[in-house]
Design a protein around this ligand. Structure first.
Ligand code: 48H
Length: 258
């Protein structure tokens, strides 16, 4: 006989164990869009303890909508290696322009990251950072439903050696760090530079070279990197997001391995 009490107990026990296991992490990633998922995969695959915080219930960020809800993802030659690494079916529709199904991209990026050992806490958002002695040391978190309902509920914390801001256009982690603590960022002006209007080719190169540490312990990836360092947007082409996620993982792996 199936018991309601047992179902409840199993859920509470397993979730609490997962949360407790990830009280301390090597890496926390805010955002499960393409850059966050790719970063999580490469980190977890290399034995790095990694958890993603995702504000929404659904993972994947801007992947699902492709371009203007035409749910196809375009990837250029440079990003093809990621499609192949994740086993994502794709076609070269025009020389150098590969297309993949957005639903397969979202689901395969997420499942490969999870199977590699990363964990996703969905429905939880980063509302602040832990900032001690000039270094970011983790995330101040709360249920997204608390924010939506406007409830006055104090947050909890998850701790990490490195935090990746993969929250997309809004660069929410960098923004909260700048607004609350008035710190000097490693950007040309010392502040968030802001995203510029579309220039796909420039933006795709920009995102790879600006995936880097913006403050001790905090790395920016994906659109958050362009928003932080003043790069343009690129529209619905995703090779740069993938490669940025991989680069963020490489930066951290280099640091961890010394
Ligand atoms: C937890 C949060 C929080 C928070 C937000 O927007 P994303 O898909 O991010 P990227 O940078 O990996 O990919 C960008 C791409 O999707 C895109 O928008 C492109 C290429 N645009 C080009 C153009 O010209 O428009 O995903 C970010 C994720 C989302 O799932 C958010 O819900 C989540 O981050 N998020 N999660 N805590 N505070 N804020």
């Amino acid at each position: 006989m199936i018991e309601e009490k047992k179902i409840t107990e199993v859920i509470i026990r397993s979730y609490s164990e997962k949360l407790l296991k990830h009280l301390e992490n090597d890496v926390l990633i805010a955002g499960s869009g393409p850059s966050g998922l790719v970063a999580a995969y490469y980190l977890a695959k290399n034995g790095v303890k990694t958890a993603i915080l995702e504000k929404k219930l659904s993972i994947g960020g801007g992947i699902w909508g492709g371009g203007m809800m035409f749910n196809s993802i375009v990837v250029q030659e440079e990003g093809k290696e990621i499609l192949e690494e994740f086993g994502i079916p794709h076609q070269e529709v025009s020389p150098g322009y590969f297309v993949a199904d957005a639903v397969l991209v979202a689901t395969l990026l997420a499942s490969r990251a999870l199977l590699a050992g990363a964990v996703i806490f969905n429905g939880i958002y980063l509302e602040d950072v832990i900032l001690k002695e000039g270094r970011v040391g983790g995330a101040v978190i709360n249920w997204s439903a608390v924010e939506v309902a406007g409830l006055h509920v104090d947050p909890l914390t998850l701790h990490s050696r490195f935090l990746i801001d993969a929250t997309g256009h809004d660069a929410e982690v960098v923004k909260v760090l700048q607004e609350k603590s008035k710190v000097k960022l490693k950007t040309p002006s010392g502040k968030m530079e802001g995203e510029r209007s579309m220039w796909a080719d420039k933006a795709e190169n920009f995102v790879a070279s600006n995936t880097r540490e913006v403050f001790p312990g905090l790395i920016v990836a994906g659109m958050a990197a362009n928003a932080t360092f003043g790069g343009p947007r690129m529209g619905p082409i995703f090779g740069g997001m993938f490669l940025s996620g991989k680069r963020a993982a490489e930066i951290i792996l280099e640091e961890i391995r010394g």
